[in-house]
Design a protein around this ligand. Sequence first.
Ligand code: SF4
Ligand code: SF4
Length: 248
Amino acid sequence: MIIVKETIRTIIKDTIAQTNLTTAYRAPLVGVASAFDPRFAELKEIVDPTHLLPTDLLPDARSVVAFFLPFSRAVAEINRRHPYVAREWAVAYVETNQLIRDICANITSHFGDQGVHVAYEQPTHNFDAEKLVSFWSHKHVARICGLGQFGLHHMLITKSGCLGRLGSLALNTPIDHPDPPAPQLCLVRQGKNCSHCVRSCPTGALTASGLDRQLCYKRLLEVNDHYGIIGLCDVCGKCTTGPCAVID
Ligand code: SF4
Ligand code: SF4
């Protein structure tokens, strides 16, 4: 599986290099888990009873691979300083959604040529429009694949930070060694002072005790109305501009 991970890392880098993007990225992260890891079934309780299993994506799935595309520090800075939501941030979201689709298509094509079955969910908008919960939550899947742990802001904090986008795929390739759980890098979860994310939330949707999904999504739709000309950009991300945004 080490070879598979390295191959996927290479495909990600090649896809980025071959795509005309304004967004800059740092080095991608890749993690892997067994498709039979019991934590996937637990997502039916943690996320929603409708959450899919790897074998729902791919009936003969044996492994799950998640990847993280960390944005450059400049993307974090520009959204942190902007009084509203930076246009560059919205562009990064739109561009990266398409990039993730292209990466997943290239991975599927590469392994398909070798007889390996691959399946994946879309990078976003694979959720219940009323409950606002995903049928396949990339961030929960990425946690199982050892890429990070959840911070106070309900986002995954990887060893490169939380500022970036996630994708994940199911393969019928067996694995020898799943990645171990990632360390907890949220300062508050470590018992230290921070809460930058809560203070940065312009709507009050994010508090120390939870996230009001409906209030947050209302803000995302407002931003989409503001910048919609560049594509579907229901984003905000003010809660991802603190000390856990970019970790080197
Ligand atoms: S901003 Fe601070 S409290 Fe919030 S998730 Fe990041 S490290 Fe944790
Ligand atoms: S995305 Fe924006 S509105 Fe939603 S929790 Fe984060 S800061 Fe608050």
